[in-house]
Design a protein around this ligand. Structure first.
Ligand SMILES: Cc1cc2nc3c(=O)[nH]c(=O)nc-3n(C[C@H](O)[C@H](O)[C@H](O)COP(=O)(O)OP(=O)(O)OC[C@H]3O[C@@H](n4cnc5c(N)ncnc54)[C@H](O)[C@@H]3O)c2cc1C
Length: 342
């Protein structure tokens, strides 16, 4: 039986806005757990443009997507948030007034007085490769993410794709797998040149295989793969024996389960008031790209402001008996103690 994780606030989405919300909540003594379907924090900044410069973060003339993510992680460190990555929040049910129970796809259960939806453009989900009959193998021997490298020890692995994920996992898994075959539709890779060079050196030394072509069908039984058929660009067909296949065809953003949480939606966004950013359900807030109000701008700085106001109202649910006193970090010793600087 899974143990229920109890927390003041559950934040759904560890993008920049979810991360900064940890800071604003922390200043007001509220502890947060964060869940994100990605295997890393930073949302769009880390996944879609880690190396691109951002020029409109107040007070920071230039920072890359990954740089901002790293800085936010440093800023929230004093508050010790707990991250649950590679997990999708699937359901939210109300069990108190307000007290919510949220459950992830893998069965993790959270109980929180406040839920903050910082789900951005929705959850990042892997693109499924165009291979007929792949569904029965998914999560049994076809995986779109690596949660535990050990699970692939001594296995014959097929990794499909030509981007950074495919190349990174090829290099990381090849030392522990029995054999790795990388399959890509052309002999030209979008991944970092250094990774491509390392992969080519492994192929040249005979430590792994590279096949140019497309996986056209899968063979196996009861969800367990035994081989994949690869069609070469010259029309030839080869059968590659394998125990598992990891396709990395990129990610798309889908609204996903947010639509099923009984919250009023407007064009796939969550309408909120601009005083508190609370949704139509008391104790559930929506901040960042996922929300809508007149004049909304989908900018990181808007999400930061929304997080600060959300925390003020969230405090009333977490500490109904306590009065909130407005304080500046520059002059409040009590805030500075929380930040570990006084
Ligand atoms: C190329 C590009 C350039 C940009 N440049 C700028 C810029 O210069 N300045 C600027 O201000 N903005 C810029 N933006 C926009 C900015 O990135 C977004 O406004 C910002 O990322 C929104 O942050 P967020 O935390 O609300 O959502 P996101 O960054 O989208 O993060 C949301 C997270 O929630 C997760 N999630 C969603 N649903 C679930 C669920 N059910 N369970 C678990 N996890 C879930 C997602 O996986 C995701 O990681 C740019 C965007 C792009 C694509």
């Amino acid at each position: 039986m899974t143990e229920t994780i109890k927390t003041d606030v559950l934040i759904i989405g560890a993008g920049p806005v979810g991360l900064f919300a940890v800071f604003e909540l922390g200043l007001l003594d509220m502890k947060a757990h964060l869940v994100d379907i990605l295997d890393k924090v930073g949302g769009q900044c880390a996944e879609l443009y880690p190396e691109k410069p951002i020029y409109d973060i107040p007070g920071i003339p230039l920072v890359t997507g990954q740089g901002l993510t790293d800085a936010l992680m440093e800023q929230v460190r004093p508050f010790g948030p707990t991250f649950h990555l590679g997990e999708m929040v699937e359901t939210i049910e109300q069990i108190g007034d307000p007290l919510y129970r949220a459950t992830t796809g893998s069965g993790k259960v959270f109980e929180a007085k406040v839920i903050v939806i910082a789900a951005g453009g929705g959850s990042f989900q892997p693109k499924r490769p165009p291979i007929a009959g792949i569904e029965p193998y998914e999560e049994k021997s076809v995986f779109y993410a690596v949660r535990r490298m050990e699970a692939f020890r001594d296995q014959r692995l097929i990794i499909v794709g030509g981007g950074d994920s495919a190349l990174d996992w090829t290099l990381n898994l090849h030392p522990l797998a029995r054999r790795v075959t990388l399959i890509h539709r052309r002999d030209d890779f979008r991944a970092a040149p250094d990774s491509v060079n390392k992969m080519r050196a492994l192929v040249a030394s005979g430590a792994m295989d590279l096949a140019i072509g497309q996986v056209t069908s899968l063979e196996g039984e009861g969800g367990q793969l035994s081989s994949a058929v690869v069609k070469g660009n010259d029309g030839s067909e080869t059968r590659v024996e394998c125990d598992a296949m990891l396709p990395f065809f990129g990610l798309t953003m889908k609204l996903g389960p947010v639509a099923n949480w009984g919250i009023e939606l407007k064009d796939n966004l969550i309408p909120v008031g601009t005083e508190t950013f609370e949704t139509s359900r008391p104790g559930i807030f929506a901040i960042g790209d996922i929300n809508w109000y007149p004049g909304k701008l989908k900018l990181i700085l808007s999400g930061f402001h929304e997080g600060a106001l959300m925390a003020q109202k969230a405090h009333r649910y977490v500490y109904p008996e306590k009065r909130l006193v407005f304080q500046y970090t520059t002059s409040s010793t009590s805030l500075q103690k929380k930040l570990g600087v006084a």
